[in-house]
Design a protein around this ligand. Structure first.
Ligand code: FES
Length: 164
């Protein structure tokens, strides 16, 4: 008959500590995963609310105009005088403050990163918290944003507007 060795009291304590430590780590890991999943969920919801308008057929890369350098953004006839168009897939807003004068800006609001959604009356509006920017130069007309929209260089060739 073979008998198991009986652990000394010190060995028994060490086993208990390892057991408790393992359980704490396992619970901690689950907690971290839960927190990360929670953050991800919040961000996904925020991004979903940003999708407004399209106008381009390619996919963006996270930067204004991203991934489609040089490809046309819009036709000049699509941009109303005094207004503009948000090209969500490219994260660019193109405006025409006066006839024949086309401008472009990042459509990413500098406040918290929503895409601007409307251009009318010479104003570009962010739907998330109500910031308003000038369609002429991207400057802040109304907060909470305190930085202007970044300018995007464009070129107009015939009836086509493309990133410069
Ligand atoms: Fe545009 Fe807040 S993200 S106003």
């Amino acid at each position: 008959m073979v008998s198991e060795p009986v652990p000394t009291p010190e060995q028994a304590n060490a086993i208990d500590r390892r057991s408790v430590l393992w359980r704490c780590c396992a619970v901690g890991a689950v907690g971290v995963v839960g927190v990360v999943a929670g953050c991800s969920s919040d961000n996904d919801q925020s991004v979903g609310n940003q999708q407004e308008t399209g106008g381009a057929s390619d996919q963006g890369s996270g930067q204004p105009g991203g991934g489609a350098q040089g490809q046309a953004l819009a036709k000049t006839s699509q941009i109303p005088v005094g207004g503009g168009m948000v090209i969500a897939a490219r994260k660019i807003v193109v405006t025409q403050p006066t006839a024949g004068d086309f401008r472009a800006f990042s459509a990413v609001c500098p406040h918290r990163g929503c895409l601007v959604s409307q251009v009318s009356g010479g104003r570009i509006t962010c739907p998330c918290h109500g910031s308003v920017f000038s369609a002429s130069d991207g400057s802040v007309q109304q907060g909470p944003a305190n930085l202007p929209l970044d300018k995007v260089n464009i070129r107009v060739e015939g009836d086509s507007i493309a990133p410069a």
